[in-house]
Design a protein around this ligand. Structure first.
Ligand code: PEP
Ligand code: MG
Length: 873
């Protein structure tokens, strides 16, 4: 028969998958000589087998359990079930990955009506004995028999009220005897069975209950949510009891070897005297700070400090420890890697490297890249959040925290901000028209749209807090109100947004500032030592570019040019260009735009100096630049000196059923070559001037969007080269420039070798590529993606986390064909996935040269790329 039971001394920490986390660590602590009460572990394999054969414990397994119990009896010198001096045990579950929702703990197992009297006599402490028995019946009733815990708790509360007691410790022996009778009656009443008096029966029932709990509804749902496989099973640990509730020289506590909130290298913990098990975390009595143990029991304190040191040295990470003191003797009941805040994670990793405990590689691997974003943005104060008035939850579109007065359009928001108000822009969804208001607001809230909606993408780029697609909020832009159930919010009312969780609160919630510590910077520098893939940024303005450089960006991978056109000084010329009915008029309007564009690019080149700047030529459908409402249409007609009817006709001509699949991207460049020509002229002229004026080796990469056929790229490339070469002919200044394309249409990915003939580089636009691979619009998918996630059709939102199976296939194919045609082809990614850790690892495995992401995700990308290099190289 397979070995299903291991004494602690036969295990070790490497046996986690067999013994569970708790069991493996109890074994390890025994092995290195720490004071662990002896016991044994029934393996996860036994659990799986138990489930497979229809929730039965085979006789051979029972025998093995009792054999180990006998060994325990010999070691301790007490007998299980002895009426005078019984051996008592705890039974605890212990999965490989710790899992709330499963059965947890039963203490004092082995007591019954007789042995409780023996225990009372033996310890000369009847209160302790009867309290222990009371706890056993309560835990057994709840954990093994499934009676809700509150039924016992409520009863205890009523009892204390009746007796006018404040604490559980005020209960007398007689009270406890009454309670024991009543608890037994409760069990009989609810489950129609007697509380088992045979210790062996208690043990077998407890083991079965723990095994069965692996498949209870809560545990299954927890595993589904956390991507934990369902076939791991849980182990069961049976351990000799030690008692923290014998008197005031006993106690129990939990401690972290370092501060889990700040990372400070100082033991952080709490304990209670005369208490057992869950009392510390249950909050029944207020625990004392661990430092007080030094006054009460200096020797125990000193020993405990040595233990924390030993455990850290051994595990080489911060530990979360449970301990019990029984009549002045210290025992350890658990150790595990401690959970910590992002701030603490960074500080602990760097400190431990400097203490020589871990190496740099380990330090870099210790940090979850996603956690870093907490450090780069303001957050709400924890205590403020607890009392905040939660209105709705949308998508956590762009992290950070923001508070302000609500405004419902870009103009009003910008105006209020200019008057010094804190502003939140609230829209159904945003469009490029809203940029000004978005820039001036502290945060952005939309009721529609997904993770790659305009609001989400632009807010992330700005590092601005955004909650998108909060469907419970009804926005009425015309009356400048929004509604949540029967509550109404008017212009000027305060709300608060948590862009890291998607939560929307009524009123003001106070925030704390972001802070980049020296340790954080160190960790970033270490990451760069391992990283072999470039990290670029998506930035449209010199300001964003500077932020990204400060975060370590090595180039711009996507400079979207459409936002530049919305500036109030130039939007008129853009509109003039769009409504022009002849090429000549269009060129005239473009001439007016040229100096602005050139200055835009000069500003960015100056910030980026010698680094690559990838400028994407105009992408959105022209319709987006024209006004929508009657008043604005009338004003524009006046300014353009055309009739309102004429303007309406032009607008309606430009309207499309599916603008995202319509006349946009390079299709505009084919229809109106003069637009792209003007942009190329602006890029190259700006490069020449910045090189001449500042001496920087400007690097301009011109990027053509939405290419689907090689012929599109061939035509546009030829025209762009003509313009560039023409300008360079007239100057002695030599300029590095390249012309490449985005890969965002499946056809381009399938025929990448043909496209590569005309491209100096590829950049995956995975927002469009995801949209077109799935065939659903990125602006509308928000309406049903939630359901797809719920029904597990999707494991993750494909607009956030790259769909490696589908879209990933296209990427693999593109890289293969592209480099077959051009071995040196530079390939990157600039869709939102370029800042998402698992997608970054996929890019690294597929030999991309760089990822490009919004400025505030640059540190996340640096770390994720380093981790991928460490893992995969
Ligand atoms: C993309 O499609 O992935 C992309 C970066 O371009 P945009 O989001 O501007 O369409
Ligand atoms: Mg795109």
């Amino acid at each position: 028969m397979k070995k299903y039971v291991y004494a602690f001394e036969d295990g070790k920490k490497e046996m986690k998958s067999l013994l569970g986390g708790k069991g493996a660590n109890l074994a390890e602590m025994s092995k290195i000589g720490l004071p662990v009460p002896p016991g044994f572990t029934i393996t996860t394999e036994a659990c799986i087998h138990y489930i497979e054969i229809g929730e039965k414990l085979e006789d051979s397994l029972k025998e093995s359990i009792f054999k180990h119990l006998e060994d325990l009896e010999d070691e301790i010198g007490k007998d299980f079930g002895d009426v005078n001096d019984p051996l008592l045990v705890s039974v605890r579950s212990g999965a490989v990955i710790s899992m709330p929702g499963m059965m947890d703990t039963i203490l004092n197992l082995g007591l019954n009506d007789k042995s409780v009297e023996g225990l009372a006599k033996k310890t000369s402490n009847p209160r302790f004995a009867y309290d222990s028995y009371r706890r056993l019946i309560q835990m057994f009733g709840n954990v093994v028999l499934g009676i809700p815990g509150y039924e016992f708790d409520n009863y205890l509360e009523r009892k204390k009220e009746k007796k006018d007691y404040d604490n559980d410790t005020d209960l007398t022996v007689d009270d406890l005897k009454d309670i024991i009778q009543d608890f037994k009656a409760l069990i009989k009443n609810r489950k129609d069975i007697e509380f088992p008096q045979k210790p062996e029966e208690q043990l077998i029932m407890a083991v079965k209950a723990v095994f069965s709990s692996w498949n209870n509804a809560r545990a299954i749902s927890y595993r589904n949510h956390n991507d934990i496989p369902h076939d791991l099973g849980t182990a069961v640990n049976v351990q000799t009891m030690v008692f923290g509730n014998i008197g005031d020289n006993s106690g129990t506590g939990v401690a972290f070897t370092r501060n889990p909130a700040t990372g400070e290298n100082k033991v952080f913990g709490e304990f209670l005297l005369n208490a057992q098990g869950e009392d510390v975390v249950a909050g029944i009595r207020t625990p004392k700070d661990i430092s007080e143990l030094n006054n009460l029991m200096p020797e125990v304190y000193e020993e405990f400090m040595e233990v924390t040191e030993t455990l850290e040295q051994h595990y080489k990470d911060m530990q979360d420890i449970e301990f019990t003191i029984q009549e002045g003797d210290l025992y350890l009941l658990q150790t595990r890697t401690g959970k910590r805040t992002a701030d603490a994670a960074v500080n602990i990793a760097v400190d431990m490297e400097e203490e020589g405990l871990i190496d740099k590689e380990t330090a870099v691997m210790r940090i979850d890249p996603e956690d870093i974003s907490q450090l780069l943005h303001p957050n709400f104060k924890e205590d403020e959040l607890e009392k905040a008035d939660l209105l709705a939850t949308g998508l956590a579109a762009s992290p950070g925290a923001a508070t302000g007065k609500i405004y419902f359009n870009s103009e009003d928001a910008a105006e209020a901000a200019a008057d010094g108000e804190d502003v939140i822009l609230v829209r159904k969804e945003t469009s490029p028209e809203d940029i000004e208001g978005m820039v001036k607001s502290n945060g952005i809230l939309t009721s529609r749209g997904g993770m790659t909606s305009h609001a989400a993408v632009v807010a992330r780029g700005m590092g601005k807090c955004c909650v998108a697609g909060a469907g419970d909020i009804q926005v009425d832009e015309s009356t400048r109100q929004f509604f949540v159930d029967d509550r109404v919010f008017n212009e000027g009312d305060y709300i608060s947004l948590n862009g890291s969780t998607g939560e929307v609160y009524a009123g003001v919630v106070e925030t704390t500032e972001a802070h980049l510590t020296d340790n954080f910077k160190k960790l970033m520098i270490w990451s760069d030592e391992y990283r072999d893939m470039g990290v670029y940024t998506n930035a449209d303005t010199p300001k964003d570019a500077q932020v990204a450089i400060d975060f370590g960006a090595e180039g711009i991978g996507l400079c979207r040019t459409e936002h530049m056109f919305f500036d109030s000084e130039r939007i008129m010329s853009v509109r003039e260009m769009i409504v022009a009915d002849s090429k000549k008029k269009r060129k005239k309007a473009l001439e007016k735009l040229f100096p602005y564009q050139k200055e835009d690019f000069k500003g960015i080149f100056k910030v980026m100096q010698d680094k690559n700047v990838t400028v994407r030529l105009l992408d959105p459908p022209l319709h987006e630049f024209l006004p929508q409402n009657e008043r604005d249409i009338k004003n524009l007609a006046e300014e353009l000196t055309i009739s309102v009817e004429e303007l309406r006709r032009i607008i309606s001509d430009l309207e499309e059923m599916n603008p995202m699949l319509g006349h946009r991207g390079c299709r505009l460049g084919i229809s109106y070559p003069e637009i792209y020509k003007m942009q190329v002229r602006a890029i190259i002229s700006a490069a020449i001037e910045v090189k001449e004026e500042e001496g920087y080796e400007v690097k301009a990469d011109i990027m053509i969007p939405l290419v689907g056929t090689d012929r599109e790229l061939e035509i546009i490339r030829e025209k762009a080269e003509e313009v560039a070469e023409g300008l360079l002919e007239d100057t002695d200044t030599d300029i590095y420039y390249t012309i490449g394309t985005m890969i965002e249409i499946p056809r381009a990915a399938l025929l990448a070798d043909r496209i590569a003939k005309y491209a100096d580089f590829f950049s995956f636009g995975t927002n469009d590529l995801t949209q077109m691979t799935y065939g659903f619009s990125r602006d509308d998918a928000g309406k049903f993606i939630g359901q797809y996630l719920e029904q597990e059709i999707f494991a993750k939102d494909p607009f956030q986390v790259l769909d490696q199976d589908g879209v990933g296939k296209l990427i693999e194919n593109t890289v293969k064909l592209g480099r077959e045609e051009k071995p040196e082809l530079k390939i990157g990614i600039c869709g939102e996935h370029g800042g998402e850790p698992s997608s970054i690892e996929f890019c690294h495995k597929n030999n991309l040269n760089y990822v490009s992401c919004s400025p505030y995700r640059v540190p996340i990308a640096r770390l994720a790329a380093a981790q991928s290099a460490i893992k995969n190289n």
